[in-house]
Design a protein around this ligand. Structure first.
Ligand code: FAD
Length: 393
């Protein structure tokens, strides 16, 4: 046992017991006793008011966290185009970096992607780490994780942020294991603890019924995947200067075990509700799949796109790519029409940051009206054609 209690100093206050993530501490005869469930994490040492707890032995190497500096953003690109979530991560990363007093960096992998570094710098990166190699043209877990793992080993960032895209969700856990650090998936809020400057990562858990705030006290870098559409985009400043650092992206035979044969895009992939300024979303109140066509007419009038609740997707009326909500996409359009959507918490989680919410629902007590800026109580099949008529005038 490497965690030890000095009995003479222990006052039995039970602070260590409450702090132990593994319920390994009991108070016996007003003295803390460390049990078998102890993982030697050291959390109890920090909370003890009388310095009665010590860590002995070498079972867990306490890393020198002061060596880790900088907030990094994984600059995911596809076919030479930076994913929109990267600009959101740079915006959020800048705030975090300013609060810690460190620099904001981007890490970019791909083939012939050096031209994208200026854009990353204009969106706030002080430095861009660039891994440019033919082997990185298409995303592979092995290829990307190898170069980023090596870069983390050399440059030691304090925080690394990834978009919670399919690629980010694949890459981040692989790297967290390689680097032996903590990762919080699908975060919706990030903030710096003013006391110890660690990042507090908040994400919905248990079907959105609980918001869990997670910290990574003893390992570096602290890593999060962040939900696209939740954070504000960085401001674009073409005059901003930054440094590009080339990484050594060299691969041996067998380093990359996956061979990408073909990338097939569905039509639905091309429609992006996360970028739309106007969204007309429908729910079960449509009553039938054909109701989506009426929504499309309103969306076309506004130059926007249609979206749906999960219930509609489950019913087969809409594709998952246009599902708004906790298990779908988070959107922040200028106007969000919620038509025949009751306003379940899991739906609201994905659209409540919209600039203006207009709800159309037959039931005046529907929870959607609690988040709506304008509410229309009525049958959507009467209200939407009336809105279209007015827009036509
Ligand atoms: C783990 C988990 C994750 C989830 N993730 C999501 C998610 O990402 N996105 C999501 O949307 N849901 C999600 N859900 C489901 C969510 O809890 C709700 O079941 C769902 O949002 C309800 O969809 P709805 O509002 O379309 O349908 P309903 O709740 O059935 O509401 C239909 C509404 O239409 C109104 N209405 C009926 N007829 C008309 C009419 N003619 N005109 C006007 N109004 C009418 C009714 O008054 C009612 O308010 C999730 C659930 C779980 C458990």
């Amino acid at each position: 046992m490497a965690i030890k209690v000095i009995d003479e100093k222990c006052i039995g206050c039970s602070k260590c017991q409450k702090s132990c993530p593994f319920d390994a501490i009991t108070i016996e005869n007003k003295i803390a006793v460390i049990g078998d469930a102890c993982t030697n994490c050291g959390t109890c040492i920090d909370v003890c008011p009388t310095d009665a707890i010590l860590q002995e032995g070498t079972e867990k190497i306490i890393r020198d966290l002061s060596m880790y500096k900088g907030v990094w953003v994984f600059a995911e690109q596809r076919e030479g185009k930076i994913m929109p979530v990267v600009f959101e991560l740079l915006g959020e990363g800048k705030k975090l970096a300013n609060e810690i007093g460190t620099e904001l960096c981007a890490i970019l992998c791909g083939s012939n992607v050096a031209g994208l570094t200026d854009e990353l710098i204009a969106y706030g990166a002080d430095k861009v780490y660039l891994a440019d190699a033919p082997e990185l043209e298409k995303y592979t877990t092995d290829g990307y994780s190898k170069v980023i793992n090596e870069a983390i080993g050399v440059y030691k960032p304090e925080i690394v942020l990834y978009g919670a895209t399919h690629i980010g969700r694949d890459l981040a856990p692989c790297l967290a294991v390689k680097v032996n650090t903590g990762l919080t998936a699908d975060c919706t809020k990030l903030e710096i603890d003013p006391d110890d400057k660690k990042i507090r990562q908040t994400r919905p858990a248990f079907g959105g019924n609980l918001m869990a705030t997670i910290v990574c006290p003893g390992s570096r870098p602290q890593m999060s995947t962040v939900r696209p559409g939740v954070m504000d985009k960085a401001v674009y400043d073409p005059t901003k200067k930054g440094e590009v650092i080339k990484l050594n992206a060299v691969f041996a035979e067998g380093d990359i075990r996956t061979k990408v044969l073909e990338i097939v895009k569905t039509t639905a992939d091309i429609i992006s509700i996360s970028d739309a300024d106007f969204i007309v979303a429908g729910g079960m109140g449509l009553g039938k799949p054909e109701g989506m066509e009426l929504l499309q007419q309103l969306a076309d009038k506004l130059g926007g796109t249609v979206a749906a609740s999960r219930a509609c997707v489950d019913a087969g009326w809409a594709d998952h790519n246009i599902q708004v909500g906790q298990t779908g996409t988070t959107v922040k359009p200028q106007i969000y029409f919620a038509c025949g959507i009751s306003g379940a918490i899991q739906h609201i989680a994905g659209m409540q940051e919209s600039d203006l919410i207009i709800a159309i629902n037959k039931n005046e007590n529907a929870p959607i009206f609690e988040v709506a800026d304008y509410g229309i109580v009525g049958d959507l099949y009467k209200v939407i054609p009336a809105i279209i008529d007015e827009l036509n005038k």
